[in-house]
Design a protein around this ligand. Sequence first.
Ligand SMILES: [Zn+2]
Length: 291
Amino acid sequence: MESKQKTITWHTVVAVIGILVAIGLFSYGGYRYHLLQNQNVLLGNSISELEGNISQTQNRNSELLLALDTSQKQLESLTGQIDGISSTVGTLQKLAQTDPELLKKYSKIYFLNENYLPVGLSDIDASYIFEKGKNILFHTSARLFLDKLLAQAKNDNQDLKVVSGYRSFSNQAGLKSAYKMTYGSGANKFSADQGYSEHQLGTAIDFTTSKVGASFVGFEKTPEYSWLKDNAWKYGFIESYPPNNSYYVFESWHWRFVGIKLAQMLHEEKKHFYDIDQRKIDSYLITLFDN
Ligand SMILES: [Zn+2]
């Protein structure tokens, strides 16, 4: 009987211990579960924080990209402006280096200063000079164009000769008084101020042929004059005082370099240099020595 009771008590103790262990384990598990849950929540918070950071960073990145794009566009626009400025500077330099007198219209009211000197002068090829042994000077920058004209004329079997090119003020004054002595007061009409100024520029030239000579009489009836009418513009030369003009006496022999672009315009529009507005003429200064 006592032994049976002992067994029951033992069993009870074991059961109680078992229950206690189970309760302990269960509590521990619950506690751990609770901890894990908390950690999960914390991790969840961290993840959304990180996600927030990532999206902020992404926004910042697109802002930076946008800013970079804007900067690049500004830089491109600046580069464009600088290019524009450089080309303007180039144009201004070209203009500053081109003597504006070379495209001026001269008259009895507007003529060159007596101290005016062309920037550079050089000798015209001796084989084209009418008077053997005479040195005739021409504007250095325009000479290349004159050389081409003379060479082409020769190639086309034209007997084109040069009587006069650059003339200084004193040269011209001497010539004018000589005319005056010979022709009296008519000299003003014959050798007046317009042609005079053009020769002082160094870009005007008087042509003739071996037959016609330095008097120019009948030059307008020669094939050489016709050739000049058809071809001189291609080399930048124009007839300053054409037949029936209202600004000066007709001088078939007297031609002036004004650049190919302007000469071509005059040729195409069948107009004359002295008919064109000075401001329009001046716009051709930039291309004066262009080929
Ligand atoms: Zn002349």
